[in-house]
Ligand binder design. Structure first.
Ligand SMILES: Cc1ncc(COP(=O)(O)O)c(C=O)c1O
Length: 375
C-alpha cells in the first residue's frame, strides 16, 4: 500500500491535520470493521469465539510484530503497555550487591522509577547529560558505563526532544561492559525500520497505541532468546504448560512472561494497525516520516521558532519538538482550527506519520503563522 492509500483508510485525514501519533493513533475504517466483527462475535456467539478463536488476534499480532521488528515470534511477550514491559525486564535482571544503572536525561520515567523501588535502592543511578546542542553523545555514555554497570535503560526516540539514539552503538558499549540494555521503543516502533536481531538489544518494550496504529492496553515486550532461561517475577496459567494445577513446565520462550487473559478487544484493533504497517513496508514508512519531520523542522525554523529536534536524519524520526513558552496557547489555537499536535510545559510537538502528507504540514505552518500574527 502507498502512503496515499493508507491515508484514504483514515477518515480523520479528511477533516483534520492529525499530527499526534506520538500520543494516540487514530483509527481507520478497517479498525471499525474489526471492532464490529469482534462485537458481533461476542453478541451472537461468544461460546464459539472462546472455544475456537480466543487466541487468533493475539497470535496474529505476535507474528506481525515479530516480522516488522526483525525478531522471532517466540521472543515476543504480549503485555499491557511499555511501562509494564520495562518492569518485567527489570525484574529478571539479577542484581549484584553493588553496581550501577545508566540512563540518560531523556529516558522516560517508566525506565527510571522502578530502579528507586526498595529492592534496587542499593544500585547507583547514573544519568548521561546531553551536550549544549541537545545531543546525547556515545562518548558521554562511555564515561558512565563501566564493568559495574548492570543495565542501560534508554528511550530509542525520546518523547520531549524527538532525539533518536544510535542504538546499535550503545548496545555494543553496554555488552562490552557486561551490561544488559532495555529499550523503551514507545516512540520508535511503527515509526521506523527496526531490526532487533541486528541491533542485538536484550529487551525492547513498546505500546501498540501510538506509531503501531493499535490500541491502548496492548504492548509488546521483546526478550532476546538468550534471556529465555530466566524466570518471571509474576506467573499465571499462561506462563506455563499445565499438566494439572500444580504440575507444569514453564513456557520455554518469551510467552512465560504472560500471566492471564490479554486485552482481546485491544488485540482485535491492534492486529489491523500492524497489518497496515506490514502492507506499507517499514522502509517506506521510515523514509516518509523522515521526509515529513525534516520538512517540518526546516519550515518551523524559518518561522523563527526554536526547534530542538535535530535536523540530521540519523538523530530524529517522527517527532518534531519546539521549545516555546506559549506552547499551550499555540496548541489550543491549532486544535480549534482542525490541527492536532501536543504540548507540555514549554514543549510544543508535532508527530507526522504514514497517513500524513505535506499538505498537513503546510496546514500546520499556516496555522502557526496565523497564531503568531494574532499575538
Ligand atoms: C518514550 C515513552 N515511553 C513510554 C511511554 C508510556 O507508555 P505506556 O503507557 O505504554 O507505558 C510514553 C508515552 O508517551 C513514551 O513517550
Amino acid at each position: 500500500m502507498t502512503p496515499q492509500q493508507i491515508r484514504d483508510l483514515f477518515p480523520i485525514t479528511k477533516r483534520r491535520a492529525y499530527l499526534f501519533s506520538g500520543g494516540i493513533s487514530p483509527v481507520s475504517i478497517r479498525h471499525d470493521e474489526a471492532i464490529n466483527r469482534h462485537m458481533r462475535q461476542l453478541r451472537e456467539n461468544p461460546g464459539d469465539f472462546y472455544m475456537n478463536k480466543l487466541n487468533e488476534d493475539a497470535e496474529e499480532c505476535r507474528t506481525i510484530f515479530a516480522d516488522l521488528m526483525g525478531c522471532d515470534q517466540n521472543e515476543v511477550a504480549l503485555v499491557e503497555n511499555t511501562s509494564m514491559g520495562c518492569n518485567i525486564a527489570f525484574d529478571i535482571i539479577e542484581l549484584p550487591i553493588a553496581g550501577n544503572v545508566v540512563f540518560d536525561q531523556y529516558s522516560y520515567p517508566s525506565s527510571i522509577l522502578p530502579w528507586y523501588l526498595p529492592t534496587r535502592t542499593h544500585i547507583e543511578k547514573r544519568f548521561v547529560d546531553p551536550q549544549e546542542d541537545g545531543i546525547l553523545y556515545l562518548e558521554d555514555f562511555k564515561k558512565s558505563i563501566d564493568s559495574n554497570t548492570v543495565a542501560v535503560c534508554i528511550s530509542h526516540v525520546t518523547q520531549e526532544q524527538g532525539f533518536r539514539h544510535d542504538l546499535a552503538s550503545i548496545v555494543e558499549l553496554a555488552h562490552e561492559n557486561g551490561a544488559v540494555i532495555i529499550v523503551d521503543g514507545a516512540q520508535s516502533a511503527g515509526a521506523m525500520n527496526i531490526d532487533l536481531h541486528k541491533i542485538k538489544v536484550d529487551f525492547f518494550s513498546t505500546t501498540a497505541m501510538k506509531w503501531l496504529l493499535g490500541a491502548a492496553g496492548v504492548g509488546f515486550l521483546y526478550v532476546a532468546n538468550r534471556h529465555h532461561s530466566k524466570l518471571p517475577s509474576h506467573a499465571g496459567y499462561r506462563s506455563a504448560s499445565l499438566r494439572s494445577n500444580h504440575e507444569f513446565d514453564w513456557k520455554i520462550d518469551a510467552r512465560k512472561f504472560e500471566i492471564g487473559m490479554p486485552n482481546l478487544l485491544g488485540l482485535a484493533m491492534s492486529r489491523v494497525g500492524l497489518k497496515i504497517l506490514a502492507e506499507a513496508d517499514m522502509n517506506t514508512i521510515e523514509n516518509h516520516n523522515l521526509d515529513l519531520s525534516g520538512y517540518c523542522i526546516e519550515k518551523i525554523k524559518a518561522l523563527g521558532l526554536n526547534v530542538i529536534t535535530s535536523e540530521m536524519d540519523n538523530l530524529r524520526m517522527g517527532i518534531v519538538a519546539v521549545r516555546y513558552e506559549r506552547s499551550h496557547d499555540l496548541w489550543q489555537f491549532l486544535f480549534n482550527i482542525g490541527i492536532d499536535t501536543w504540548c507540555h510545559s514549554d514543549i510544543f510537538r508535532v508527530d507526522p506519520h504514514i497517513f500524513n502528507n505535506r499538505d498537513d504540514i503546510d496546514r500546520l505552518l499556516d496555522g502557526i503563522r496565523q497564531f503568531l500574527r494574532s499575538t
